[in-house]
Design a protein around this ligand. Structure first.
Ligand SMILES: [Zn+2]
Length: 345
């Protein structure tokens, strides 16, 4: 393809754009990881970058709380960014699938073959180049706000976006594959969809399984092992200092412990996500499912996801679940007559 060839020739001497990509199912703590990592001195988060266009159109709040496109970070560059976009950044979040799609049958073969099929190549190229131009503008702007920007962070989560970016060869991508214990993911999904019962638990456990299998296949096929780090939500939330320290050392950047104590240590200009992006919140380890989910459902989810148990079961996660603070939290949840007797007063 002459067009592709021309592009490669022109970009031959280009330094690849450094990008940390957060890959995960939804509701697994990606915003928490995004804002904590983005607050580190040499990192800069853009949040769910694929939602930039959509966010501007809907006047969604930026991480700084002003509408995206009207804040002091995005406003000065937005026109240039939008002019450089030839292919919608929100491609994987548009149309009938505003929340993204778990299984895209047309793209699964390209995960296994390690790159877009010939019929998808032109779209994948246009998508990657549009992202490159936009991210270059964002990096330049970030460097005016912060001394050093070694890594931009993209918390888009979507595996198919990652596939097209990586296949282009324009980026130096490090992937953090964030995985939450399936019971926690299922409980969180059921709560947000306001559904109950074993059928819903099975549905979301299946989604966890498929999502993570696709993520695993993608990173296995398209990345060197050194470029991928698996992080458990349970480790992140129970010990953010240690987890962020390990991530920064892997990325080769400086690490500031103070910036792991709460979210929003620095103002961020990230797109989409949830509360930790907009509010300074202490990092809390949320495992309500242990108390609220019926034991049968827990057993069911555990059985369904057993083939990938090595992804989520760790000594550290188990230890954190049984640490004195967690036990204390459970005691506080007991009925008043029990806490009175146990306090011995
Ligand atoms: Zn902003």
């Amino acid at each position: 393809m002459p067009k592709r060839h021309a592009l490669q020739t022109r970009d031959h001497h280009r330094v690849k754009l450094p990008l940390v990509y957060l890959l995960s199912t939804g509701r697994s703590g990606s915003t928490l990881l995004d804002v904590l990592l983005g607050a580190q001195p040499e990192c800069w988060t853009l949040g769910e970058f694929q939602l930039l266009d959509i966010g501007v159109g809907r006047q969604l709040p930026c991480g700084c709380r002003d509408p995206i496109g009207q804040c002091d970070f995005w406003e000065p560059i937005l026109e240039r960014v939008r002019r450089s976009i030839r292919f919608p950044l929100g491609h994987f979040r548009s149309g009938r699938h505003p929340n993204g799609k778990v299984v895209r049958w047309s793209l699964l073969p390209s995960i296994l073959t390690g790159g877009p099929l010939p019929t998808q190549q032109a779209a994948a190229d246009a998508y990657a180049v549009s992202n490159l131009r936009a991210l270059e503008e964002a990096k330049e702007a970030a460097e005016e706000h912060q001394d050093e920007v070694a890594w931009l962070i993209d918390a888009s989560k979507d595996p198919y976006r990652l596939l097209w970016l990586q296949a282009s060869g324009h980026f130096d991508i490090r992937v953090i594959h964030l995985i939450r214990r399936p019971e926690g993911f299922v409980a969180n999904m059921m709560r947000s969809a306001d559904v109950r019962g074993a059928a819903a638990a099975i549905k979301y456990a299946g989604r966890w399984l498929v999502d993570n299998l696709i993520g695993l296949a993608l990173v296995w096929r398209m990345f060197w092992p050194e470029a991928v780090k698996r992080v458990r939500y349970e480790d992140l939330a129970s010990d953010p200092e240690r987890t962020l320290g390990e991530i920064c050392s892997w990325l080769g950047v400086s690490f500031d412990t103070d910036r792991t104590k709460a979210t929003r240590y620095v103002v961020n200009h990230g797109i989409a996500g949830n509360q930790p992006r907009w509010e300074a919140l202490p990092v809390t380890f949320e495992e309500n499912w242990r108390a609220t989910m019926p034991p049968l459902q827990q057993r069911l989810i555990s059985l369904m996801t057993a083939p990938l148990k090595s992804l989520w079961a760790s000594d550290r996660a188990e230890a954190a679940a049984w640490n004195p603070n967690a036990v204390h939290a459970r005691r506080r949840a007991l009925p008043p007559w029990m806490t009175r007797s146990s306090s011995g007063s």
